[in-house]
Write a protein that binds this ligand. Structure first.
Ligand SMILES: Nc1ncnc2c1ncn2[C@@H]1O[C@H](COP(=O)(O)OP(=O)(O)OP(=O)(O)O)[C@@H](O)[C@H]1O
Length: 678
């Protein structure tokens, strides 16, 4: 695959991806965690590249999130999803779900999410997921007892790369090969010409080592499974807890892992244990066997009455302390018995097999002596015999276990990938459950939106306290309302629902209909009057906005604060006119709704978030904007309240506050006058 064809991938990144194992599959799967392992790629870049690949597949121009505030809302939505993922993998992978204008992309995710929300996020699955992580390849593995040999220099380079764990040697001829076979337990010759040559030692010919990893370097597979044991078993638990079909036979994996030690060796083989112990205990056992024989002889000598002939006695005296002949004559039987018990001890202590036991005949043998000693040379031969048998056994076991594991290697990748993917799906399922989500209806471009019972998880109150909001807009509208009535929160809710819908995900509402939009332009409230430069650049932004492509959703929060109110109203009116002509959908929150409407040459719709009364000095608000209704502002409400009280109307309207400032006796006309000005 040409990585440079992916949007955002330059030559350098393409090189890094080429170096990365499985980069293409990772791009296809949106596996950000794997992509992030490429040299020099951060998680963020890896996610951007994965999104680039998706965009390319769907012909998606990107840029749906057109403003900072729109991007913030997306990031907030993403955080809510990521908080519900257990694994780092899923957290990263969720970044590939992004809002798009491409119908095929949205459909793809909708279909996926439709199945995802059916998963039951049980405690058992979630806790099993905690143990799952991406599988890692063992690093720095070296195998010293085996070498590869070839007479072909080109082959040498390729094999050297393919088997970094082994020494690869160039051999000219059979003599070189024989020499090599003396330095290694096993030599694997790669050239056909070495087939059938007669060389001492363990020399095998394997011409296609790349297809026989389990034989050439079984340690690689063993180390891989040993290193990833926890993740693999956890992935099995996830499948069992979630009742989904695993990519491999669980029993086969569990059985293979039970035969594998953490250091990558084979465990549980009695014969290997016997041989390894025999090698380790050999010297100690021989020394004990000597003691056994000598104790036996000492006892025998002690109990023996020796009659010695004069000539023998003379020869003894003449020869110094040599008693061997005497020993052999007088105690031949006892000596045999002592030697026998020494051999038996060795055989028993080391649990020697019959063929190995034969060596003990020569380890303890020869003319009777006291104290008796073992023979070094046969002992060394026994040692070599045991070591060779141990190494052969270990190699055969490794190879056989590696053969079993080789069949599980690819399914193991799938097993873990499926568990991790389930985590991504469960994050969506939990999001949908936690925020009472529904699958939104997606309509044609320009159809506006209609939200029923929308509840925002982005409020500064808990989700349980979020009051449901109904709001529908088609075309361009102004949203008026009391201070702190929830205007900004309504824009946030609309932005969130429209963004999630364009990500292909369920939305937090009882029902929602969302017209497809090409871009989301959401402008947050400005923090105060802008200086001339900032004001100019903001106006330029809106200039670009109104002359841009159609089908946009434009959400603007109190644009009036950028400059003085009179000018603001005119500017906003102008923008609304242009957007209206463009057929865009837009909601502009403003306290200047009346002035803007007056300044506009087209009919501008105005919706309002109304205060339904005052309770304990607090406004009671209907959070759902009322259609075609200019809501009174908070100052207007207060003036109205004062006018009512001054006019002898009492503390009506469910006020109940009483408040500190009773207006009784004050000039009702003043408040009436003020009220008329609104
Ligand atoms: N749907 C809702 N459910 C529960 N609480 C809400 C809801 N909407 C808003 N609120 C609460 O009201 C507070 C004020 O909301 P918000 O800032 O959206 O009002 P506003 O009308 O934009 O205010 P201002 O006119 O000052 O800009 C929020 O901080 C939140 O606590």
């Amino acid at each position: 695959m040409e990585f440079t064809s992916v949007p955002g991938v330059g030559e350098k990144t393409a090189d890094a991806l080429t170096e990365l194992d499985g980069a293409e599959a990772a791009l296809r799967r949106g596996d950000v965690a794997t992509l992030a392992r490429a040299d020099g790629l951060t998680d963020g870049r890896a996610a951007a590249i994965a999104r680039g690949a998706i965009r390319e597949r769907h012909g998606d121009p990107g840029g749906w999130l057109a403003t900072d505030r729109a991007r913030e809302v997306y990031e907030d939505a993403l955080s809510l999803l990521q908080e519900r993922a257990v694994t780092g993998y899923a957290e990263k992978r969720l970044r590939t779900i992004y809002p798009s204008a491409a119908e095929s992309r949205i459909e793809e995710v909708r279909e996926w999410a439709g199945e995802a929300v059916d998963h039951e996020p049980t405690e058992a699955v979630l806790s099993a997921l905690a143990g799952v992580e991406q599988l890692s390849e063992p690093r720095g593995l070296r195998v010293r007892e085996r070498a590869l040999a070839t007479a072909d220099a080109e082959r040498y380079a390729a094999v050297n790369d393919a088997f970094p764990e082994l020494s690869v040697e160039v051999v000219e001829d059979t003599r070189d090969l024989a020499e090599l076979a003396r330095s290694y337990s096993t030599v694997v010759a790669l050239d056909e010409e070495f087939a059938g040559v007669d060389v001492d030692g363990d020399v095998r010919v394997i011409t296609d080592p790349e297809d026989h990893h389990e034989e050439v370097v079984p340690e690689r597979l063993l180390a891989f499974f040993a290193e990833n044991r926890t993740a693999l078993l956890a992935a099995l638990d996830v499948h069992e807890a979630a009742d989904i079909e695993p990519a491999l036979d669980p029993e086969a994996l569990r059985d293979a892992l039970s035969r594998l030690d953490d250091d990558g060796t084979v465990r549980g083989d009695e014969e290997l244990t016997r041989l390894a112990n025999a090698v380790d205990d050999l010297d100690a056992a021989v020394s004990t066997a000597e003691s056994v024989a000598n104790d036996h002889l000492r006892d025998a000598i002690r109990e023996q009455d020796v009659t010695i002939e004069g000539t023998d006695f003379l020869s003894l005296v003449e020869q110094g302390a040599r008693v061997d002949s005497l020993l052999s004559r007088e105690l031949a039987d006892e000596y045999d018995a002592a030697i026998r018990s020494a051999r038996e001890h060795l055989v028993d202590a080391l649990r020697l097999a019959e063929s190995e036991a034969e060596f003990t005949e020569r380890v303890f043998a020869g003319d009777p002596t006291f104290p008796t000693e073992h023979n070094e040379e046969p002992l060394n031969r026994l040692r070599t015999e045991l070591k060779t048998a141990r190494d052969r056994r270990a190699a055969a076991l490794k190879s056989s276990l590696a053969t079993d594991l080789a069949a599980l290697r690819e399914p193991a990748d799938d097993l873990v990938a499926d568990a991790l993917e389930l985590d991504v799906e469960l994050a969506v399922a939990r999001f949908a459950r936690d925020f009472d989500c529904v699958v939104p209806e997606l309509n044609d471009t320009g159809a506006g939106f209609a939200i029923d019972g929308g509840r925002s998880p982005l409020l500064d109150v808990s989700f349980e306290e979020a009051e449901p909001v109904n709001y529908a807009v088609s075309g361009v509208t102004l949203l008026s309302g009391v201070n702190s009535g929830g205007k900004t929160s309504t824009l946030d809710l609309v932005a969130l629902i429209v963004t999630l819908a364009h990500m292909g995900l369920p939305v937090p509402a009882e029902s929602a209909r969302v017209g497809r939009v090409s871009e989301l332009h959401y402008y947050a409230k400005s923090q105060g009057t802008l200086d001339a430069g900032a004001f100019e650049s903001t106006l330029r932004d809106f200039g670009d906005l109104v002359s841009g492509a159609s089908g946009r959703l434009v959400l603007v929060d109190e644009l009036e604060s950028i400059t003085e109110p009179g000018a603001s109203a005119k500017i906003i009116a102008g923008i609304l006119e242009a957007l209206d002509e463009q057929g865009a959908t837009g909601v502009f929150v403003s306290h200047l709704a009346r002035q803007i409407r007056e300044a506009a040459t087209v009919d501008v719709a105005v919706d309002g978030i109304e205060a339904v009364g005052l309770e304990d000095g607090e406004l009671v608000v209907n959070r759902s904007p009322k259609k075609d209704h200019l809501a009174r502002s908070t100052p207007e409400l207060i003036v109205e309240k004062l006018a009512r009280e001054a006019g002898g109307d009492g503390a009506g309207g469910g006020d109940g506050s009483g408040g500190s400032g009773s207006t009784a006796g004050t000039d009702a006309a003043f408040y009436e006058g003020l009220l008329e000005k609104f």
